[in-house]
Ligand binder design. Structure first.
Ligand SMILES: [Fe+2]
Ligand SMILES: [Fe+2]
Length: 288
């Protein structure tokens, strides 16, 4: 009985296993580990009234973060020739909003740190996500959304791809036939948004982030937070308009009702077109 069962399972194809949702029962080992301070950093990003003192306290505990914040303060953001060496000064110079963004993006970058697990796709996914995070935080106010929260869901929107890539690499462990490159691409495209919702639950992150992650390709299906989902959708589409570490997509945002719904009219898009290279540069500074 046991051996015939095993033969049956061994014959399963990875893509079918993914599409059936069966992977959810056995995927614990594939869940990317959140860095130690992630929960705290996420809560910080979701708190509009966060103080500089609290940010300094968290940054001070993490040498990687601390170094990046001080470097940032001494980089192009600083017009002064005086070198900044303390985290306190760095936070004041850079501003709490940007420091929060550095904290969340450093946190996500750490997720894909294993190149042997995700290959170059992992790095690309993170770099694209940082671009989307910047676009999301930039378009959020017009939609009545909070910028640092939009930055966070922009950053996490494609995180499901990491899980799917890992599940593909570990296919043999789950006794399914590993996918071809083409199958992997198809399943990533179909399932990554749903997989992001799964990760959010597993990580115990706030449920309010679910809609913008799960519905970032189909914002009309979001029931609880349709505006957040629309911001995530628009930011991702804009990233493809500008080629932020992703394929270029030549579409007309003014013909898309979702853009109109969140206050992105032709003038706003024209402004973004002008700002995009700067945003991309800024996103580049946030890469580790
Ligand atoms: Fe996506
Ligand atoms: Fe994306």
């Amino acid at each position: 009985m046991a051996s015939s069962l095993r033969v049956e399972v061994t014959q399963g194809r990875w893509a079918d296993w993914m599409r059936s949702g069966d992977w959810e029962r056995s995927a614990n080992t594939a869940i990317p580990m959140l860095p130690a301070q992630a929960q705290e950093i996420v809560n910080l990003a979701l708190d509009p009234d966060v103080t500089a003192a609290r940010i300094v306290a968290i940054v001070s505990r993490d040498p990687v973060l601390a170094t990046r914040v001080v470097q940032l303060a001494n980089s192009a953001f600083s017009a002064s020739s005086t070198e900044i060496t303390s985290i306190n000064e760095a936070v004041v110079r850079v501003g709490t909003g940007l420091v929060r963004n550095v904290m969340t993006s450093t946190c996500l970058s750490a997720l894909a740190a294993g190149p042997h697990v995700y290959g170059s796709r992992g790095r690309e996914c993170i770099d694209h996500s940082i671009g989307v995070a910047y676009l999301a935080s930039s378009i959020a106010p017009a939609a009545g959304e909070e910028s640092s929260e939009a930055f966070l869901y922009g950053l996490l929107h494609d995180v499901g791809k990491l899980l799917i890539i890992k599940l593909a690499r570990q296919a043999k462990r789950y006794s399914v036939v590993p996918p071809s490159d083409e199958e992997l691409e198809q399943v990533v495209a179909e399932q990554h948004a749903k997989a992001a919702g799964y990760l959010l639950r597993q990580w115990g992150l706030p449920g309010r982030l679910r809609d913008p992650l799960v519905w970032h390709h189909e914002p009309d299906r979001a029931e609880e937070r349709p505006v957040s989902a629309a911001v995530a959708y628009a930011a991702n589409r804009l990233a493809h308009r500008y080629g932020f570490v992703c394929s270029l997509d030549d579409f007309d945002p003014t013909a898309d009702p979702v853009f109109e719904r969140i206050g992105l009219d032709a003038a706003a898009v024209a402004r973004l077109d002008l700002e995009a290279p700067e945003l991309f540069k800024l996103a580049g500074k946030l890469k580790s």
